[in-house]
Design a protein around this ligand. Structure first.
Ligand code: COA
Length: 410
């Protein structure tokens, strides 16, 4: 690789670095106001840039998160972000140098996992990331969806006032992380996430963005839906509305059904688009006509890399089977992650026993959250010569229900 200067981004360098990342991600220069509102998040992460003389030519970053893993533990996670190399400098090894150093630093700082959302799927496998969970986007015909087949929802709904949003919504999200793969949302995320609901519209026409909260019969706020509604003038003969669900979290699946029941019952809205949603969203089967929920796109969501295999395996739980398996792991980046582990319902232990299966770190990382079956990976050709019995034992040990889902973009 050419001799580029790579160092941690100083505050005075952030504007140049963020201009570079935006250029790599196909967006142009921004005004000072927009820059100020975007850059605040950089206070909460670690950023590493490459310089060719005076010019910033590439960057990688990591926000500080935790990730929910099977059994409920929340593992310290480097949320890899702001990855971009200027088009003049791609394919010269810059990402390789930057991300290797970022991951080494992240492991030293005590992160058990790294996690990211990829612009393209071929980029990160070589650095040990595995595709650990998908999302779907759905289009829903509101008039065919109701009445829902579940019991009538309990509790009450109310539309939150703008001044309540930043205090009411974050705690509801925190108590709704029952799915594996969710990440915490630090304070700095919320003004971005809720921006459209927080800011009054510049015109009396156009979209409206709202947050409606669910309150249980016991008086607890235990769910919310962030949504946008819009009159659609295109339907000239039968003016009508459309809506989008951006974020919907409840303390239980039943609360989430209550939130859906509210949204799907909003007058004038005949079609909803919802994304990102979990691949096993309970609302689909709760609909009067389940074909009212049409999955339009299934995409990779979270790419996970185990930074500390021993800690990560020990901090998740495994399925209630009497079977066990010995897995040998190879990680070219971290020798500490190389070795064999016996996996059983009692947990994971280092061992010298003969392995049932050998895997690279990206494959182990893909299976870690429990949403990607070992047997499925083997069927795709990702695990050569894996004995069928060991695969089904590992499936039983690793699998989780419901499917992993993050729902948080960074
Ligand atoms: C993706 C990106 C960061 C790669 O940076 P880079 O400095 O060119 O990557 P490297 O030179 O270190 O490439 C390392 C290897 O990955 C491969 N690779 C890199 N980007 C790839 C891509 N988009 N698709 C397929 N392979 C890719 C390279 O060919 C190289 O393979 P090799 O080792 O077999 O030769 C850069 O192309 C970029 O900024 N793209 C646009 C913005 C973007 O998508 N950012 C990621 C946001 S999640």
């Amino acid at each position: 690789m050419d001799n580029f200067d790579i160092h941690a981004v100083a505050e005075s360098e952030r504007r140049a670095v963020s201009d570079t990342v935006r250029a790599a991600l196909l967006t142009g220069p921004i005004t000072d106001d927009v820059y100020e509102s975007e850059i605040e998040s950089w206070e909460h992460g670690d950023f590493l840039a490459a310089w060719d003389g005076e010019r910033c030519v590439g960057n990688v970053g990591a926000f500080h998160f935790d990730t929910s893993v099977p059994g409920g533990a929340r593992l310290k996670t480097a949320g890899v972000t702001e990855v971009g190399i200027l088009p003049t400098h791609t394919r010269r090894g810059l990402l390789t140098s930057l991300i290797s150093r970022l991951l080494i630093d992240a492991r030293s700082a005590g992160n058990n996992l790294a996690s990211l959302r990829a612009s393209e799927t071929p980029i990160y496998g070589r650095f040990g990331f595995g595709l650990a969970g998908d999302t779907v986007s759905a289009v829903i015909d509101a008039r065919r969806a109701r009445p829902l087949r579940c019991d009538p929802p309990s509790g009450t709904m109310r539309v939150l006032e703008r001044h309540e949003l930043l205090s009411k919504v974050p705690p509801i999200y925190d108590s709704s992380r029952w799915r594996v793969g969710t990440v915490n949302r630090p304070d700095w995320i919320w003004p971005h996430k809720l921006r459209a609901a927080l800011e009054p519209a510049p015109s009396r026409f156009g979209k409206g963005t709202f947050v409606a909260a669910h309150t249980s019969d016991a008086g607890e706020d235990d769910g919310y839906v962030l949504y946008e509604v819009e009159w659609d003038e295109d339907f000239a003969d039968n003016p009508t509305g459309k809506g989008r669900v951006f974020d919907l979290w409840g303390a239980s699946p039943a609360v989430e059904l209550a939130l859906w029941d509210y949204a799907l019952g909003i007058d004038l809205v005949v079609v909803w688009r919802a994304e990102p949603r979990p691949v096993d969203d309970p609302i689909r089967l709760a609909m009067f006509d389940s074909r009212a929920y049409e999955t339009r796109q299934r995409l990779d969501e979270q790419w996970v890399r185990l930074l500390d295999v021993d800690a990560a395996l020990k901090r998740r739980t495994f399925g209630p089977t009497d079977k066990s398996a010995v897995v040998e792991v190879d990680d070219p980046m971290f020798t500490e992650n190389c070795g064999r582990w016996t996996i059983s319902r009692a947990g994971a232990q280092r061992t010298d026993a003969k392995p049932d299966l050998r895997v690279d770190i990206a494959t182990l990382s893909a299976t870690y959250l429990g949403g990607v079956p070992w047997s499925g990976l083997a069927a795709s050709g990702a695990l050569s010569d894996a004995p069928t019995e060991a695969l089904s034992d590992l499936d039983a040990l690793f699998a989780v229900q419901p499917a992993p889902f993050s729902g948080t973009m960074f």
